[in-house]
Design a protein around this ligand. Structure first.
Ligand SMILES: *[C@@H]1O[C@H](CO)[C@@H](O)[C@H](O)[C@H]1NC(C)=O
Ligand SMILES: *[C@@H]1O[C@H](CO)[C@@H](O)[C@H](O)[C@H]1NC(C)=O
Ligand SMILES: *[C@@H]1O[C@H](CO)[C@@H](O)[C@H](O)[C@H]1NC(C)=O
Ligand SMILES: *[C@@H]1O[C@H](CO)[C@@H](O)[C@H](O)[C@H]1NC(C)=O
Ligand SMILES: *[C@@H]1O[C@H](CO)[C@@H](O)[C@H](O)[C@H]1NC(C)=O
Ligand SMILES: *[C@@H]1O[C@H](CO)[C@@H](O)[C@H](O)[C@H]1NC(C)=O
Ligand SMILES: *[C@@H]1O[C@H](CO)[C@@H](O)[C@H](O)[C@H]1NC(C)=O
Ligand SMILES: *[C@@H]1O[C@H](CO)[C@@H](O)[C@H](O)[C@H]1NC(C)=O
Ligand SMILES: *[C@@H]1O[C@H](CO)[C@@H](O)[C@H](O)[C@H]1NC(C)=O
Ligand SMILES: *[C@@H]1O[C@H](CO)[C@@H](O)[C@H](O)[C@H]1NC(C)=O
Ligand SMILES: *[C@@H]1O[C@H](CO)[C@@H](O)[C@H](O)[C@H]1NC(C)=O
Ligand SMILES: *[C@@H]1O[C@H](CO)[C@@H](O)[C@H](O)[C@H]1NC(C)=O
Length: 672
């Protein structure tokens, strides 16, 4: 085959045509991939915001560029710049937060004024600020809804001729913009400039200035013009502000001048997000309860995290989830000395103060479904240990921001912001070292038992051994009882059954509840006062060798107190023989525990509650008001309402006066 012959002119034409094509190819390959580069993202479906959805669009086309999650429109930077808007394919969402304002002009980021830090959507920034100075931040304009913008762009041919002011006004009027949640939390504050005594004032708070105007890009104490809102003083280390933004937001965080009482600088976190506050504080009441405290530990429990209608799957999932709770504890001395109250609404502030002041203290967080008042639902449990004895403490329940709930929901609409959530502080106190009570929980048999029981120095560091001693005794008694119950016609049905309403299972359960309560008396410190507390073991000595009631040696007192079994022994003889506590006081079991056994168990077993007079000495009564949380007698799940222990402002003395009722030996001796 032969190539067609070309004339010299034809050859030259071909050569230049080939060269032109090559040039064009090279030119194209050096060009940006698209003349207009944009991403079409379907509204509200972040999953589809993949690069495959990129479409080449001509200038002037109605390009819809939306922030994946919240439908923010594209950034408005004046006409003409729109097409340059570059879509970064960072459409992935992290824990439900858009990590960034994904779409805005990169050229504008570099425009930030010196000394102004750029914030990214949903990202926290920490910073230091010296007293009397201000730190500035800028959040680049969030996206605007595209449709509005395109129309407005088309309508205006001369936006560049408008004054800046008109432009800003126009933007706001046409587009309310995106909701932006701004929050600031103080993480460190100045230290007391003293070596002794108590500083009476608290360190002053930081102040947040917010501006949306290009006329005030460094809002602060010296630039209060054109602010979006009055300066916001942080409250106990926390401030938040929500606004509608369609243009850049400028923030100033200003530190006050210090009084001579305090020295050092402030450190804080600031975050702006289109989703929710990054930091959180809650005043929710009745969420955490104190189970009991001894000289070096305190046990707390949250309310039920689910309801009776929750599926069993969800409940078991809660039990397997790592606890989303933590607790910060401070002795009142530390709290006041460091002015911790001034940080008490800030997770990072409390965490840093706790870390600096806790000494050997530890907190163990776990989940439990121990019985409390009728339900066996998941709850959080917090065990603070290695506390100092005889101290007023302040505690703050907190939710770490990295807590993984894995789809589970907390009650009361609680959501955990990424910077952590703190609740209002409460007061509690630890008992005297000399105290004979020790908190036990998590027992194998008496699994609902969680409170302080009589103990002694030999078990101070052997809580497990102490718990086992009681638990094994309870289990032995229960085995004996269960054998007796088996002699009774338990498994019969119909008319032969002892009761139509109650079964042997009820009897076993009620007996077990009662047994665990009487074998392990609820112990209160000798120093607690109240008519409802019965002194026990009063002839024993305190560790310093002294005895109770040293000033009363009268015969009458000896006859009515020292020689009475009710006072000079423990309810359970094993306690005096093996544990040998010092003098202590006891909270009686609730009389309902006795009534329940009598009602549930077959009459052949011969259970009966003591008569009226003895009953009063043996069992405690529930408070008259069924909604009252006063602890007047002991039953499984009896807890203290922390809100009743709260100091007025946290600084004033916090002391819990616990109310307890009296018992005698009768219950134990009669029925075992
Ligand atoms: C702090 O003190 C300086 C000098 O006394 C003063 O110029 C400044 O305005 C004060 N700052 C604040 C926030 O009060
Ligand atoms: C441009 O805007 C001006 C006033 O803003 C208006 O008078 C003029 O007609 C507009 N021109 C076009 C082509 O829309
Ligand atoms: C700390 O206190 C001393 C004396 O009370 C005072 O001279 C000093 O200025 C104070 N320091 C600060 C940083 O206020
Ligand atoms: C500020 O934070 C509190 C506590 O987290 C929240 O209840 C409140 O709604 C927030 N307010 C604003 C304006 O965001
Ligand atoms: C459980 O659901 C029922 C019916 O939906 C409702 O009446 C009841 O109040 C719910 N109980 C709890 C504890 O939420
Ligand atoms: C959970 O399981 C128990 C026992 O298996 C059953 O009685 C109860 O109805 C279940 N509760 C729910 C909400 O499914
Ligand atoms: C707690 O303090 C120790 C030193 O005392 C420090 O190493 C650690 O990073 C601190 N942790 C936090 C969470 O502040
Ligand atoms: C911490 O524990 C150690 C060892 O038990 C003890 O020596 C030290 O005094 C404790 N520190 C505090 C602050 O209680
Ligand atoms: C606890 O007691 C020890 C020893 O007396 C002391 O050094 C420590 O500061 C105390 N801890 C707190 C948190 O008060
Ligand atoms: C939780 O939210 C629902 C609906 O948003 C509201 O009806 C309810 O009152 C809220 N509960 C609490 C405790 O705030
Ligand atoms: C703890 O107490 C148990 C029960 O009395 C005892 O057997 C054990 O030896 C004790 N352990 C220690 C370390 O004292
Ligand atoms: C009462 O008992 C105490 C302690 O056992 C004893 O020291 C005192 O002498 C007794 N008083 C009388 C009047 O017996």
């Amino acid at each position: 085959m032969q190539l067609p012959k070309l004339t010299p002119l034809q050859s030259r034409l071909l050569a230049s045509a080939i060269a032109t094509c090559a040039l064009i190819l090279i030119w194209i390959s050096f060009q940006p991939r698209y003349f207009v580069y944009a991403v079409e993202v379907p509204l509200g479906d972040p999953a589809e915001a993949s690069p495959h959805d990129e479409t080449i669009t001509l200038p002037g086309d109605d390009v819809r560029i939306l922030d994946a999650e919240d439908g923010l429109g594209d950034t408005h930077f004046g006409s003409g710049e729109r097409e340059k808007t570059e879509a970064r394919s960072e459409g992935t969402l992290e824990g439900g937060y858009a990590p960034d304002f994904a779409y805005f002009d990169r050229s504008l980021i570099g425009r930030a004024t010196d000394g102004v830090d750029d914030l990214a959507n949903g990202k926290m920034m920490s910073s230091d600020v010296d007293p009397g100075s201000t730190h500035y931040f800028r959040l680049p304009a969030p996206k605007r809804r595209r449709t509005i913008e395109v129309d407005s762009e088309r309508a205006s041919n001369a936006s560049s001729t408008r004054t800046e002011e008109e432009e800003e006004l126009r933007k706001r009027q046409q587009n309310p913009g995106a909701t932006i949640y701004i929050s600031v939390a103080t993480c460190l504050q100045p230290e007391p400039n003293k070596t002794t005594g108590i500083v009476n004032d608290l360190p002053e708070q930081l102040t947040l200035y917010v501006s949306q105007s290009s006329k005030n890009t460094k809002p602060g104490p010296n630039a209060k013009n054109d602010l979006a809102t009055d300066p916001i003083s942080l409250q106990n280390g926390f401030a938040n502000y929500t606004l509608q933004a369609s243009s850049d937001i400028f923030l100033g965080v200003s530190a006050p001048n210090l009084t001579a009482d305090w020295k050092g600088k402030y450190s804080f976190q600031v975050a702006a997000s289109s989703d929710a506050d990054y930091h959180g504080y809650s005043t929710l009441d009745n969420f955490l309860f104190m189970v009991d405290a001894d000289s070096e530990s305190a046990l707390f429990i949250t309310k039920d995290l689910t309801t009776g209608n929750t599926s069993n799957d969800t409940n078991s999932k809660w039990m397997e989830t790592p606890s989303p709770f933590t607790l910060f504890t401070f002795t009142q001395t530390m709290w006041e000395w460091f002015g911790v109250e001034a940080l008490s609404q800030s997770y990072c502030g409390l965490q840093a103060m706790y870390n600096a002041t806790k000494g050997n203290a530890t907190v163990e967080a776990s989940m439990t479904d121990r019985y409390t008042g009728g339900t066996r639902l998941p709850k959080g449990q917090l065990h603070a240990e290695r506390l100092n004895a005889s101290q007023n403490y302040l505690g703050v329940l907190a939710f770490p921001g990295n807590a993984s709930l894995d789809g589970l929901e907390l009650p009361d609409n609680i959501t955990i912001p990424r910077g952590g959530l703190v609740m209002k502080q409460f007061g509690f106190n630890t008992t005297d070292v000399d105290d004979s009570c020790q908190v036990i929980f998590g027992l194998g048999f008496c699994s609902d038992t969680a409170y302080a029981v009589p103990s002694s120095s030999k078990f101070k560091t052997n809580t497990t051994g102490l718990a086992q001693l009681y638990d094994q005794q309870a289990q032995q008694y229960f085995t004996n009882f269960s054998n007796s119950l088996d002699q009774v016609a338990c498994d019969t049905t119909g008319t032969a059954q002892y009761s139509l309403a109650r079964t042997c299972t009820d009897c076993r359960n009620d007996y077990k509840t009662w047994l665990c309560s009487v074998i392990m008396p609820r112990c209160r410190s000798w120093k607690e006062t109240g008519d409802e507390l019965i002194p026990r073991n009063i002839n024993a000595q305190f560790s310093d060798g002294s005895i109770p009631f040293p000033s009363n040696m009268s015969l009458e007192f000896n006859q009515t107190m020292r020689q009475r079994f009710a006072y000079n022994q423990s309810r359970n003889p094993m306690i005096d023989q093996e544990i040998q506590p010092g003098p202590y006081k006891e909270l009686l079991p609730c009389e309902t525990l006795c009534f329940d056994i009598v009602r549930s168990c077959p009459a052949q077993l011969g259970f009966s509650c003591p008569n009226n007079h003895a009953m009063k000495l043996t069992y405690g009564k529930m408070p008259d008001d069924p909604n009252s949380r006063d602890l007047t007698c002991n039953k499984p799940g009896a807890v203290l309402n922390l809100s009743t222990l709260r100091g007025a402002a946290g600084r004033s003395g916090v002391s819990g006066s616990l109310m307890f009722v009296v018992a005698t030996l009768i219950g134990f001796i009669l029925w075992l």
